[in-house]
Design a protein around this ligand. Structure first.
Ligand SMILES: Nc1ncnc2c1ncn2[C@@H]1O[C@H](COP(=O)(O)OP(=O)(O)OP(=O)(O)O)[C@@H](O)[C@H]1O
Ligand SMILES: [Mg+2]
Length: 296
């Protein structure tokens, strides 16, 4: 049977092999939560750049909000790409996640919070000031818990909080892992996709041992997959060999609609709601909701 990724999981293709080589399950239609919170916190991490962390944060967040989840996105990269991808220029912002991290500032989480164009999805933005946080936090007591302290007042109001990390395993990423319930790892289906993953897993283990024993690995998300190339299929097979059931059934195909949506400052679910990319992130939303426990 030929595996394609551009069809949705319907009862009709249940049992057909997906791109990961496993039969595709049909994930249930998510139910709209009757009350909200406390949020499950998920860190989007890979120290390799350009693998789809920000794209996944925006589009998974939007797909979750579409099915009634209250979503908080945290831009934890000084580049501010998450904010830009949501149509917000972070450069002139005076209040960002940076201010929340700094203990001496009297800014509250509500002061920094911005609404997005997606109903039910808010953003804690960042800008280049965040690049100074790593150095300033070094001398703080319990420096790994700064983000957890900052997010605590907001979490009761959301169902899911996605943290878009920068491509590094430095103190900011350690902060994200320390306050997260789980970590999601996007991997690009390209040469060297697995390079550095062992180091990333080591960091996750260290955080589990020393700072956050409840941290789980949610899964590996294969991104930028081109089913037409043997190369991409081989890389995905290698990812499957390495991580097996940890790999999400949902695979994100490579399509120019993603950069197009970023330029437009919109999630793909709004920019091109009927596209294959929008469908893929809706599938991922169903898959994660089926994996995560209903209540924390
Ligand atoms: N599935 C995809 N198909 C094609 N292009 C994609 C896809 N996903 C992301 N891109 C594009 O690839 C580039 C990198 O994606 P993204 O910014 O999400 O990666 P990142 O891991 O957040 O990068 P960084 O490590 O620099 O923060 C962006 O231009 C984005 O629009
Ligand atoms: Mg990014």
């Amino acid at each position: 049977m030929t595996a394609t990724t551009d069809d949705t999981w319907t009862a009709a293709n249940q049992g057909a092999l997906g791109p990961t080589g496993r039969p595709r399950p049909v994930f249930p239609e998510p139910s709209v939560p009757s009350n909200h919170g406390p949020a499950r916190v998920v860190a989007m991490v890979n120290q390799k750049g350009g693998v789809g962390k920000t794209t996944t944060t925006i589009n998974l967040g939007a797909a979750l909000a579409e099915v009634g989840q209250k979503v908080l996105l945290v831009d934890f990269d000084p580049q501010g790409a998450l904010s830009v991808g949501l149509g917000i220029d972070p450069r002139p912002l005076e209040t960002t996640i940076y201010d929340l991290l700094m203990e001496e500032s009297d800014v509250t989480a509500e002061d920094a919070l911005l609404a997005t164009s997606v109903e039910g999805m808010d953003l804690l933005p960042s800008n280049i000031f965040l690049s100074g946080a790593e150095i300033r936090l070094v001398n703080e007591v319990a420096r790994e818990y700064a983000l957890q302290r900052s997010l605590e007042p907001l979490l009761p109001y959301y169902d899911i909080c996605l943290i878009d990390c920068q491509p590094s395993l430095g103190l900011l990423t350690v902060n994200a892992l320390t306050c997260a319930h789980s970590v999601m790892i996007p991997l690009e289906c390209e040469f060297f996709a697995l390079r550095g993953v062992a180091l990333l897993m080591e960091s996750v283990s260290k955080v589990q041992e020393r700072l956050n024993k409840h941290l789980e690995i949610d899964g590996i998300l294969a991104t930028m997959y081109d089913p037409r190339t043997l190369h991409a299929r081989e890389v995905l097979a290698t990812i499957m060999q390495g991580f097996g059931e940890k790999v999400f059934h949902t695979v994100i195909n490579r399509t120019v609609r993603f950069p197009d949506a970023t330029l437009a400052g919109e999630p793909i679910t709004q920019f091109d709601p009927g596209s294959m990319g929008a469908t893929a992130y809706r599938d991922l939303a169903r898959e994660v909701l089926a994996r995560w426990p209903a209540r924390l």
